[in-house]
Design a binder for this molecule. Structure first.
Ligand code: FDA
Length: 318
């Protein structure tokens, strides 16, 4: 195994290590330092931080998606708190006429409590979003959860049009899953996949994975469904452009806040629909680890940010 691959595995294990997370996040010295590095990728810890940057990006001509960051809530009380925060977020976006998208993990709003709780909370969010002409996007989590997430999504998507789902190209099953999902009206967000799964479960980053990604994108386009091409991969995006995917009215290119703003800006200047995925909240630790693990060079920037007390203004790069 190369040193880089080993580093990625170690970082992803650190990310999932609850004890390590608790000692870092509870440390009065370390936690504010890490927050500085996280601010490359998150808008801030408060709802208003997210809304403020969302507004600025909308004014610059981007679509946005907002997420109150978190996952794996294990108690009913915490899942209700998360659901209530999302309801409030939708309410405030609606009040500010942001007819945009709210994204979340089902495990944040109750999937770990039980499926019924997640379903009940999801209905509440979808109905609130519908009131304001907003879209909800369900994220995709570990492969062990795909069946549960798809089952809940299908139940909701057969009743409401304003909810979409994320599909991971690294899962071989996605071709089959997508065939079924295309019977529902919701938007499809296509990602490569972020989780550390056993090697036999996923395709690793490769030209084969990019080929699979293009196949899945074409499948959605042929079915005339809305598609988010959610990747920062310049070569893959160039291929999507060559195949005239980006030019289509129901196709958006979507990137995570803080990653390749230059590339997204360039695509926007060509007249393509571009969207930024914004995160806020205080449970950003795992998110930061994922962003470094998927691109280890980010560690250099993180170290620089740790030592730099001046505020990071990532938004200005868009
Ligand atoms: P890949 O990882 O192959 O990277 C290609 C190139 O992009 C790199 O060489 C580098 O230049 C750039 N790049 C990628 N990541 C970078 C980083 N962190 N920092 C700097 N440059 C970077 N995953 C999931 O499993 N479930 C989900 O629900 C979602 N949701 C989601 C929504 C949106 C809008 C996006 C953009 C992504 C997700 N993801 C996700 C994450 C996704 O699965 C994937 O891990 C990341 O997008 C990175 O993969 P890329 O497609 O960018 O390609």
């Amino acid at each position: 195994m190369s040193k880089q691959l080993e580093f990625v595995h170690v970082l992803k294990s650190i990310a999932r290590n609850k004890q390590m997370k608790a000692s870092l996040m509870n440390s009065k010295e370390l936690s504010p330092l890490l927050l500085r590095a996280a601010q490359r990728f998150i808008t801030g810890e408060k709802r208003n931080d997210g809304l403020l940057i969302a507004k600025q990006l909308i004014e610059k001509g981007y679509f946005i998606s907002l997420e109150y960051i978190g996952e794996n809530t294990t108690t009913l009380e915490n899942s209700e708190q998360a659901k209530n925060e999302f309801l409030q977020l939708i309410e405030e976006m609606g009040a500010q006429s942001m007819k945009e998208t709210v994204s979340f993990d089902l495990s944040h709003i109750g999937l770990n409590v039980d499926e019924e709780t997640a379903y009940r909370h999801l209905i509440e969010l979808v109905e609130k979003a519908q009131k304001y002409n907003m879209t909800l996007m369900v994220s995709m989590e570990e492969a062990a959860r795909t069946d549960e997430i798809l089952a809940i999504y299908k139940q909701i998507a057969s009743q409401y049009e304003n909810v979409g789902i994320t599909i991971q190209a690294y899962l071989p099953r996605s071709i089959h899953d997508l065939n079924e999902l295309l019977h529902y009206p919701g938007k499809i967000r296509l990602v490569k996949g972020a989780y550390q799964e056993p090697a036999h479960v996923t395709l690793s980053r490769s030209s084969e994975l990019n080929h699979r990604y293009l196949q899945l994108a074409e499948q959605v386009i042929k079915a005339e469904r809305s598609l988010s091409i959610a990747t920062h991969d310049e070569l893959l995006l160039a291929e999507c452009e060559k195949q005239k995917f980006l030019q289509l009215p129901n196709v958006q290119t979507e990137m995570l806040y803080g990653i390749h703003p230059d590339l997204l800006k360039r695509l926007k200047s060509k007249g393509y629909q571009t969207s930024t995925y914004l995160i806020y909240g205080n449970d950003w630790y795992l998110y930061l680890c994922h962003r470094i693990a998927e691109y280890p060079e980010n560690l250099y920037q993180a170290m620089i940010d740790l030592m730099n007390p001046s505020p990071i203004k990532e938004c200005e790069r868009y």
